[in-house]
Design a binder for this molecule. Structure first.
Ligand code: ADP
Ligand code: SF4
Length: 689
């Protein structure tokens, strides 16, 4: 197949200073939770994107000097020559597929607490450090000598970047994370010298650094400047109008304008709250202020929306982080006319949790993300088929669907048995909840892909029993039968069922999703702490209930701090009139009332409720598996080689855990027994003498 001519515009080369991007697909810098701790994992992941056709591939934020770092978060480091091999490996991987390799140089200024290096943070003005964790640290204001030093450090970092083989340098001044923004914004720059006050003065530092770096490497490397389109902190901040003034005043300053948005949570808004191309209005018209190319982001997954950004003169390059994670081969698929094969990002922000939890990232849609090197998983190619030939999969939730697709790609004959009459399991239910429709792509993508596979048969209305499984004679059995929300309140506050009066109507999220709704004054008890409690509260308000949300946590939907949604969720619920009760548990459910307790003092109080929705924990549906295990002695006669329990039926978790489990099942089918060996590669720090 060949590409549709309306996408030709996405494949025109473009000069960025002295270098040329082969097309308009621009992977903007993004974190991955691996960084300096897992450099080969990060390098391989970037190389795969280059293989997938991205014209430009950037590193994540790279701390360019030891006097400014954001520990405990794990990014890249370029503190001395010793770090060059680590980043050179990444540059090599990217360039080996014809992409331009970009490095984002970050000096974190007012955002760097320096918990690791113990250096005193330096920023334009002396202020408390601004981080997610409100660290009790203040920065000292840079004096004139510090500014000279910092300019020199940027030049040194640029030279090291060139030595490592990069083609592009991004100077980071967006998301509140980079010092260029701290100088430009009157919120963080209170200086009275020639670096503060007027916009002309606040822009002096970036002008100087660009000139210094260009003098040193500008003949061979392109220089980009990454700014937020609007700092989103009101009049004091670097707002959209001033960003435009700045660009107009400095039209030719960098070789490319990289326009991000607000704080990270504004820029990486989840699909629950932000549409594709959400920044279009903020970026429109900026191109006319400069002769240099402009790249912008907007969770672009549709080639038509991408092409429109270019043909309408809004952007010159399509910036993507999450869409490139969900489908590293997106450009190749557009080029080859395989639009329907694009694995679209669902905007869940699970990838971001890898960075926020300092672990390693995963992606709901692309289970191979960050496993390219650790496990040798390629997002488009499966390992060869093993010795057996068929597999029966029970359940078509995200785990079963991914297992089916990945097994089919390996060449197994796959039978997918689903108890209900639609594919998707929990995704089919959850996509109907407020704001979660894009999550349905998890099922839609796999449903279409499976329909293209001749070696997959799907059976609906097939709630199989262990007996039937034994009769059917498949060699491999994969049980992905999901989980059900429990109604007895057991989760973290209660490790055994809480006292519940039988007269009180009790609901679970499964009831709400099935359309069984309470009426009147409803208490949502959230001891789960991810999105479900907040979403159910929203759904009930829509249904006309008066909703009280009680949670033992200090935050509504606490874990969504890691998906950058928590603030927006709280705001949404307040605006909808939900009565939010934090730091309170539910100790007993009576008839027409519940008893809540303060999680600190244990003081209790009674409050009226017509119904309670328990958002507590889930129970695995593992009955078929247990029944099969009990009949292990019959497996050989039935022709069964293996029986595996995966996904929520094994241990309930987020959807990304289920797709990962499905993929892993398929990868490891017929694999050799590795015994007690580690199931992935890792890098161990070399001990110094
Ligand atoms: P996961 O997140 O692990 O994929 P889900 O709960 O989303 O789990 O999906 C489980 C699916 O399994 C549901 O669609 C359910 O209807 C189906 N299912 C449950 N029990 C059986 C069974 N015995 N045979 C076939 N399908 C089943
Ligand atoms: Fe998109 Fe979710 Fe994957 Fe992140 S984890 S790239 S938001 S699908």
């Amino acid at each position: 197949m060949t590409r549709d001519s309306r996408y030709d515009v996405l494949f025109q080369p473009l000069d960025i200073g002295p270098v040329t991007a082969k097309n308009r697909f621009y992977q903007v810098p993004h974190c991955n939770g691996g960084g300096y701790r897992d450099p080969s994992s990060a390098a391989e992941m970037r190389g795969i994107k280059a293989e997938g056709g991205w014209g430009v591939v950037f590193t994540e934020q790279c701390e360019m000097h030891h006097s400014s770092e954001i520990a405990p978060y794990i990014e890249l480091r370029l503190w001395d020559d010793g770090d060059i091999p680590m980043i050179a490996k990444m540059a090599d991987k990217i360039r080996s597929h014809g992409a331009l390799a970009g490095i984002q140089l970050a000096y974190s200024g007012i955002n760097g607490p320096n918990l690791y290096t113990k250096e005193v943070p330096l920023a334009p003005s002396a202020m408390p450090i601004r981080t997610f964790t409100n660290d009790p640290v203040q920065a000292r204001a840079l004096d004139k000598q510090d500014i000279k030093d910092l300019r020199r450090w940027f030049v040194i970092a640029a030279k090291r970047s060139r030595t490592a083989g990069f083609n592009l340098i991004c100077l980071y001044g967006a998301h509140g994370f980079g010092i260029f923004q701290h100088f430009l914004s009157t919120a963080t720059n209170h200086r009275t010298d020639e670096y503060g006050g007027s916009l002309e003065n606040r822009a002096r530092f970036v002008r100087e650094v660009v000139a210094d770096v260009r003098d040193e490497v500008g003949d061979t490397m392109g220089l980009t400047l990454r700014l937020s389109l609007d700092e989103m902190v009101g009049d004091l901040g670097f707002a959209n109008s001033e960003v435009r003034d700045f660009i107009e005043m400095h039209a030719d300053l960098p070789d490319l304008w990289d326009l991000a948005h607000g704080a990270w949570e504004d820029c990486s808004g989840p699909s629950r709250f932000k549409e594709e191309a959400a920044q279009e209005d903020l970026v429109r018209g900026i191109k006319s202020l400069t002769t240099k190319p402009v790249v912008g982001v907007g969770r672009f997954t549709s080639p038509d929306v991408m092409a429109r950004q270019l043909t309408s003169g809004t952007l010159d390059l399509i910036g993507c982080a999450r869409p490139s994670i969900a489908d590293p081969f997106l450009p190749k698929k557009v080029e080859e006319g395989r639009i329907e094969d694009i694995r679209e990002c669902i905007g869940c922000n699970i990838c971001i949790t890898g960075d926020m939890t300092m672990s390693i990232s995963r992606c709901t849609q692309n289970p191979s993300f960050m496993e390219e090197w650790r496990k040798g998983w390629h997002p488009e190619r499966m390992n060869e088929k093993g010795g057996s030939s068929n597999v029966l999969i029970l359940g078509s939730g995200p785990a079963g669907l991914e297992a089916a697709l990945a097994c089919a790609k390996r060449g197994y004959d796959v039978a997918l048995a689903e108890a209900g009459d639609v594919l998707g399991g929990r995704v089919k239910r959850e996509r109907a909840l407020p704001g979660l429709s894009a999550w349905g792509r998890v099922a839609d993508y796999r449903e279409y892909q499976l329909s293209q596979k001749p070696n997959v048969e799907t059976y609906f209305g097939s709630e199989l029993t262990a007996e039937q499984v034994l009769e059917f004679g498949f060699e491999n059995i994969c049980i992905a039968t999901g989980a059900a929300w429990r109604a007895d309140g057991v989760s973290r506050q209660h490790v055994v069922p809480m006292p519940i009066d039988a007269a009180m109507p009790i609901f679970t999220p499964d009831d709400i999703m099935a359309g069984r709704l309470p009426t009147g004054a409803v208490t949502v008890y959230d001891d789960d702490h991810y999105y479900m409690g907040g979403v159910i509260a929203e759904r009930l308000v829509e249904a006309g209930c008066a909703v009280t949300l009680v949670t033992p946590c200090a935050y509504v939907s606490d874990w969504t701090n890691n998906t950058l949604e928590q603030v927006t969720i709280h705001k949404r619920l307040v605006e909808m009139g939900v009565d939010i009760q934090l730091n309170r548990g539910v100790v007993a459910v009576g008839n027409g009332a519940i008893t809540t307790n303060c999680t600190y003092t244990d003081q209790t109080r009674e409050q009226a409720a017509d119904a309670v929705v328990m958002v507590a924990s889930r129970l695995p549906n593992d009955a078929v598996y247990e029944a099969l295990k009990a009949r292990e002695a019959d497996w050989a006669d039935a022709g069964i080689n293996s029986v595996r329990l995966i996904g929520d039926a094994n241990a309930p978790g987020p959807i990304a855990w289920a797709t990962y489990a499905g993929h892993r099942f398929a990868r490891e089918l017929d694999g050799e027994d590795i015994g007690d060996a580690l199931p992935f590669r890792r890098e161990i720090a070399e001990l110094a003498d």
